[in-house]
Design a protein around this ligand. Structure first.
Ligand SMILES: *[C@@H]1O[C@H](CO)[C@@H](O)[C@H](O)[C@H]1NC(C)=O
Length: 204
């Protein structure tokens, strides 16, 4: 059995650039969002308007995602293909992964809106209620799973084992990000609930 290194060319700088951009994105938006939450950094940069601040962050994250995807596809070009990943069955699997991944991402954005998708909670722009319908009845984090599936599908589509290694980096980066984000947003909503309860007691 051939080792991983004969199907993944670790000497390609483009591979490492792709790893760096995959790790950079969630790191960047978590630092930016927390800085906003604690110091209103982005709202201040947007002239005191939280909504504009959130839109600016959304546009930045979206563009960073496009850059990351472009770097990823470019990195795959410099990598060897594996014959087992070429052929009808892998191609069909690849197409299925990319399509269902995009369905998860797009329906999630549709359900949450721009501020709900792009960390609006950190700006004090909270959702009225937790969204529980599709795709959130399939997975709690459809953006992350959908994105990971698209990476995997692209890797298989081009028959590149290196793409699967990068997909694992995506998965790991999102898993770490979720460990920071989920408890933090849960606390933001719990705080609102406590304040609402206190408010309704006062009203009585
Ligand atoms: C999720 O909800 C959609 C409609 O809102 C439904 O069609 C689908 O079967 C549900 N899926 C699961 C796994 O419950």
């Amino acid at each position: 059995m051939a080792s991983l290194s004969s199907y993944v060319d670790f000497s390609q700088p483009s591979l490492w650039l792709s790893i760096a951009s995959i790790l950079f994105n969630p790191t960047f938006w978590n630092i930016a969002a927390r800085s906003e939450y604690h110091n209103k950094t982005l709202t201040r940069l947007a002239g005191g308007n939280a909504l504009y601040g959130c839109y600016a962050l959304a546009a930045t994250i979206f563009c960073l995602g496009l850059v990351r995807d472009a770097i990823y596809e470019r990195a795959l070009r410099f990598q060897p293909a594996h014959p087992a990943l070429l052929g009808f069955v892998p191609q069909a699997l690849a197409a299925g992964l990319v399509v269902s991944g995009n369905v998860l991402v797009l329906t999630s954005m549709w359900a949450l809106g721009i501020t709900g998708t792009y960390l609006g909670d950190y700006f004090g722009i909270l959702m009225d209620e937790i969204v529980t319908g599709f795709p959130f009845n399939v997975t709690g984090s459809p953006m992350y799973w959908g994105s990971t599936m698209s990476f995997a599908g692209t890797a298989i589509w081009f028959g590149k084992p290196a793409g699967l290694v990068l997909t694992f980096v995506v998965f790991a980066a999102y898993s770490v990000a979720l460990r920071f984000e989920d408890p933090f947003t849960a606390e933001i909503y719990a705080k609102r609930e406590r304040e609402q309860k206190a408010g309704s007691k006062k009203a009585k």
